[in-house]
Design a protein around this ligand. Structure first.
Ligand code: 7TS
Length: 406
């Protein structure tokens, strides 16, 4: 494939050389977390061994260096998603915390009887924070159903708006079905009612070129660990005017202007939402992960993964009793399946014995499982370091497992 030097990419991931049960590793669980290239690991070591000093905490040289690294990542993220200002880039622990930030903070502005639109295909991280809000106030969740192929029912979506609708919270890409939602249209529709939209971008950001201004997204959340980066780091993008009117999420150091027992003022954006010491080492290394993706080109990654998905799907469809969940025309590199009535757990365990690492279970999307009338699926997901040869091993393993289970 043009634009992708797969051998060069793989050489940057030493973990790919390990074995599982004495079999070469075939890692097809990058939707849960992606592997991390050596440049990211090296940067973590470099920061720990040369300038691990707390950020925004003083005039000494080490603190200044660490601060510069963190803020360089903020600028890198801004450019990566084309936000208009670094004030709109808030570092969090991940997608989950980014969504909890919005639910806790923006949620304080909501009133009894207000409504939030979510969809059937949301990860629990984009459901439970809104339900928690509902335990403090009477907030009603309206749920967009899905069609047979795993696309959203957009007519139903349009019918859910009314004068009490205060937010739409929707994933860009489903972590189970792989469906790429028409997020720009979804946002346009909501904006006709002056309703802001939070996009859960956890499964999109490393697979699709994201331009928050072009999408006109009000909030966009994602995790570094799913984009070849370190664990414990994530981003909430928010439009400045919304972030400005939102109260702080957590209180502590960094997020204040002045503190007095009578009156405390808060810091300017983005620091107003960054209480306490962040994972500044991880944040520094996150820049290397973004640069890694940029060195390949996100469009090249997307095209390559799409080839892998198409190849895997075509081969899987040849296996008797294969049931694939999610057949949307626009899909990202995720394929969920079952074989006949075999339990997803048995399938996953046996695949593991053959060196193939896939995710099994409800994938933190139980309402979607209920809608599909199943308990769980097996999910294979792809990243830039996977190969057609690995898909061949996966398919051969699937055939063997299928035969073993009869
Ligand atoms: N939203 C979506 C769509 C996700 O897929 C995930 C994680 C999250 C939010 C939460 O991200 P976190 O980084 O804050 O944990 N999804 C998965 C998965 O599909 N398998 O393991 C984690």
């Amino acid at each position: 494939m043009e634009g992708i030097d797969i051998a060069h990419i793989r050489s940057q991931f030493p973990i790919l050389n390990r074995t599982v049960w004495n079999k070469p590793l075939v890692y097809l669980d990058s939707a849960a977390t992606s592997f991390t290239p050596q440049c990211v690991v090296d940067e973590i070591t470099r920061v720990y061994t040369t300038c691990k000093a707390n950020v925004h905490r003083g005039v000494h040289s080490l603190s200044q260096e660490a601060t510069d690294l963190q803020e360089a990542t903020r600028e890198c993220v801004r450019e990566f998603i084309n936000a208009s200002s670094t004030q709109e880039i808030i570092f969090t622990r991940g997608t989950t915390e980014a969504i909890n930030l919005v639910s806790s903070s923006y949620g304080r502005l909501l009133e009894n009887g207000d409504e939030i639109i979510v969809t059937t295909m949301e990860h629990h991280a984009n459901i439970v924070p809104w339900q928690l809000l509902g335990s403090r106030k009477r907030i009603i969740l309206r749920v967009v159903p899905i069609k047979k192929d795993g696309t959203l029912d957009l007519e139903a979506y349009q019918s859910l708006f009314n004068e009490r609708t205060k937010l739409v919270a929707v994933c860009h890409v489903s972590n189970v079905l792989g469906t790429v939602n028409p997020i720009k249209d979804i946002i346009k529709e909501a904006h006709q009612y002056n309703v802001p939209v939070l996009v859960d971008g956890a499964q999109a950001i490393s697979h699709i070129k994201v331009d928050v201004q072009d999408l006109d997204a009000d909030f966009y959340a994602f995790s570094a660990h799913k984009m070849y980066g370190p664990t414990g780091v994530g981003v909430l993008y928010g439009k400045k005017h919304l972030l400005k009117m939102m109260p702080p999420y957590q209180g502590g150091g960094e997020m204040i202007g002045t503190v007095d027992f009578k009156k405390t003022t808060y810091a300017e954006l983005p620091f107003k939402f960054e209480a306490g010491t962040p994972d500044f080492v991880g944040i520094a290394a996150f820049k290397k992960a973004i640069e890694f993706m940029q060195s390949i080109g996100i469009e090249n990654i997307a095209a390559y993964e799409h080839e892998l998905l198409a190849y895997a799907t075509a081969e899987m469809e040849k296996i008797p009793n294969m049931r694939i969940f999610g057949t949307a025309p626009q899909k990202s590199g995720v394929v969920s399946f079952l074989i006949g009535n075999e339990h997803h757990y048995d399938l996953g365990m046996l695949l593991d014995k053959l060196g193939v690492e896939v995710r099994t279970g409800h994938h933190c999307a139980q309402p979607l499982m209920h809608a599909l009338s199943i308990e769980g699926t097996v999910r294979a997901s792809f990243a830039a370091y996977n190969t057609r040869e690995e898909i061949d091993v996966f398919i051969a393993a699937l055939k063997r497992v299928s035969a073993m289970l009869g």
